[in-house]
Design a protein around this ligand. Sequence first.
Ligand code: BEZ
Ligand code: FE
Length: 292
Amino acid sequence: MPIDPTATSITEVVQKTFEGAEDERVKELFIRLVQHLHDFTREVRLTGEEWFKAVDFLERVGKTCTPTRQEYVLLSDILGVSVLVDLIHRPGGGSVTDSTLLGPFYVEGRPKAENGSDISGEVTGTPMFFNGRVLDSDGIPVAGARVDTWHSDGEGSYDVQMQDRLHGEPAMRALLTTDHDGRFWFRSVSPRYYPVPDDGPCGEILRAANRSPMRPEHLHFWLHAEGFEPLITMLVRGDDPYVERDAVFGVRRSLVVDFVRHPAGETAPDGTRVDEPFQTVERTFVLARKER
Ligand code: BEZ
Ligand code: FE
């Protein structure tokens, strides 16, 4: 191991220490990571004070994480890395529905729901009726697909952000199953735009950059079906004020939909007369077959 490295030669010295890695991918990842980290450090001539600040920042990101708050995922989201990983592997633009980021509000153990049921829990808000269909890329219905859905309430809060009010009960989330015709449908409340959690270290970055923390109004979906690639996606309200400036870069034009407004007294898609204004949303999702 050479001693007396210089600000240039240190990179190769450190890279060489990864050459013994048995896993070729681990070797590649660390060698390239060291290259980029060192280049960055040289390029901006990082000071000791800035380095300590960065370490302190990362420590605080870690300490902010809880089972229902993933500040590291949020850091990756606001730096565009979560979406970049997705775009590299699922560039989209084809017949299959585009994917986008999962976000931190998906939780396991969500309740199963029958098609047509009201998944809003105890939450009040503008009624929303969602009708979905799942097809393969030849237009054939995918029966028995499992569809996870979750969204915020009409004030932009997820159930996990108001556990006291809901006594820990899930709301506005469910696991549905498509029928023989690939259809699934449910009633809930219409969501709203909301800020990503900005009371922690990631919020400091957003404020320092004068960036908006807002995400446009959206519904999340995670679809699984035997023989198909899972799809994590989201539908975004087209006339939302934040549709062009999502804080986490998750909006794809193909995922923008109309949340159609209906006056009180009209008949909802499930045949019931609704005595208050309500909204309807429809969407077909196309899944990619797994390659054998
Ligand atoms: C979400 O859509 O739930 C979300 C995604 C990324 C960061 C924060 C929230
Ligand atoms: Fe969300």
